[in-house]
Design a protein around this ligand. Structure first.
Ligand code: PA5
Length: 426
């Protein structure tokens, strides 16, 4: 069972927070949005229970892991990269690629996302071209950044066809044309699943399985979330959270939503959420600005602003009750008050005490905040969390009355780039 809880205590009936009557006012629209979510059979709500393409991803990943591959390069950007990166960062060893191959049991994993030549060049510096797999992930099959990375990598890998996979739309886009020409295997991103909602499709499942993660548990956690939303509707805390964040922005002027995760491993998860919320809701002059932060690190960077800066933020803490490992702080310097007190505690305890201290300090300073609590860092909980935040974002789209599933604002820059780079027809 996934163990993920949402706590809005420091957001409700507190100074600068929401009153029950605010929620009562929005309740009919929230109800409508929840009904719409469940009736519309959105692809991202279907994926966890159908587990479509999961078996193919697992089988493909097993072949790659057993092939003697040294490296696996996942090429993609935005929704085609952030989810896979978040999973790898949250659930595998932070220095995964440096672990001995026997411990990893599979290839090193690299993400070619930006078109920064320094980053791609660095990946190519360290891979063994003859034993490297490439997974090109683009729903549209046209994204310039992804295609450019692919073309450079393809050139370096030489006869790469047997070590390549394309994860793309089932029919459309240039990757399908290249695949037909060169016989490259493909995995399908369902037509009704958009990039930033695609982490539980082959976009996230293949790299997760290549990295040895348990994709069945990931889907199980997400399916539990879908079941609970189906049973509870607008009463599900993630669904209700959509109304709270919407109201904090539109009725309280708090238009910055900070996701502050108290675990380094969740840094990319916050980045994934930032894209999900920003690209889905930032339309028609609406939407709140998401921002990612990491505790305790950002207590020494941003918390001053959160505590005493403008009253424009909602801080959402993500807490992990049980960290994947813990370290005892040795007893030493007992005669020095400012050092000796730490001895005998654990690092995880200090992290969680600081998490709670920040939450309380924010509340006492009249800074509304909320918490998402993960019992542990594991596949089931991450699956649940991704699913809950996707559902919450879709519901928020209905409340803001914007289409959460398009991104017309990024087109203009693409057109100019195509023209400047000489793409025919632009
Ligand atoms: O969420 C989205 O739809 C976008 O962020 C896309 O994932 C991103 O633009 C990459 O698109 P594609 O997968 O078509 O290369």
């Amino acid at each position: 069972m996934a163990d993920v809880a949402f706590d809005y205590e420091n957001l409700m009936e507190v100074e600068h927070g929401l009153a029950q009557r605010d929620l009562d006012n929005v309740e009919p629209r929230l109800q409508e949005a929840a009904d719409e979510l469940l009736e519309n059979s959105y692809g991202f709500m279907r994926l966890p229970k159908t587990g479509e393409h999961a078996a193919a991803c697992k089988e493909f990943a097993e072949n790659i892991r057993n092939s003697g591959a040294t490296d696996f390069i996942h090429v993609g950007i935005g929704g085609s990269a952030l989810g896979p990166m978040a999973l790898q960062r949250a659930l595998n060893h932070p220095y995964y690629n440096l672990l001995p191959v026997e411990t990893r049991g599979g290839p090193r994993i690299h993400f070619a996302e930006n078109t920064d030549p320094n980053s791609l060049g660095a990946i190519l510096d360290i891979v063994d071209p003859a034993n490297t797999w490439v997974n090109v992930v683009t729903k549209s099959g046209t994204t310039a950044e992804t295609m450019a990375n692919f073309l450079v990598i393809r050139d370096v890998l030489g006869d790469y066809g047997g070590r390549a996979v394309f994860t793309t739309d089932p029919e459309e886009g240039y990757l399908n044309r290249i695949s037909a020409r060169e016989g490259i295997r493909t995995l399908s991103i369902p037509k009704d699943v958009g990039g930033r909602f695609s982490v539980l499709s082959p976009v996230g499942l293949l790299p997760a399985a290549v990295g040895g993660l348990d994709v069945d548990a990931l889907l199980r956690g997400a399916a539990q979330c879908v079941d609970e939303i189906e049973a509870q509707g607008a009463k599900h805390p993630a669904v209700g959270g959509a109304a709270m964040h919407y109201l904090m922005d539109t009725a309280r002027g708090r238009n910055v939503r900070v996701m502050m995760a108290y675990a380094d491993a969740l840094e990319r998860t916050a980045a994934w959420f930032v894209q999900l919320w920003a690209e889905s809701l930032g339309k028609d002059g609406k939407g709140s600005t998401p921002h990612g932060a990491v505790g305790t690190t950002d207590q020494h960077s941003q918390v001053q602003l959160y505590m005493q800066g403008p009253q424009d933020k909602v801080i959402e803490i993500v807490e992990v009750e049980e960290h994947p490992r813990d370290l005892i702080i040795p007893e030493a310097y007992e005669d020095l008050d400012g050092v000796g007190y730490l001895g005998g505690h654990t690092m995880g305890e200090l992290l969680n005490v600081e998490c709670d201290a920040t939450r309380r300090a924010l509340a006492e300073a009249g800074r509304p905040n909320c918490t998402i609590k993960l019992g542990a860092m594991n596949e089931e909980n991450l699956g649940y969390l991704f699913q809950a935040l996707e559902a919450q974002t879709a519901i928020a789209g209905s409340l803001y009355a914007v289409n959460a599933f398009d991104q017309p604002g990024v087109e203009a820059g693409k057109q100019i780039t195509y023209k400047r780079m000489g793409r025919p027809g632009y």
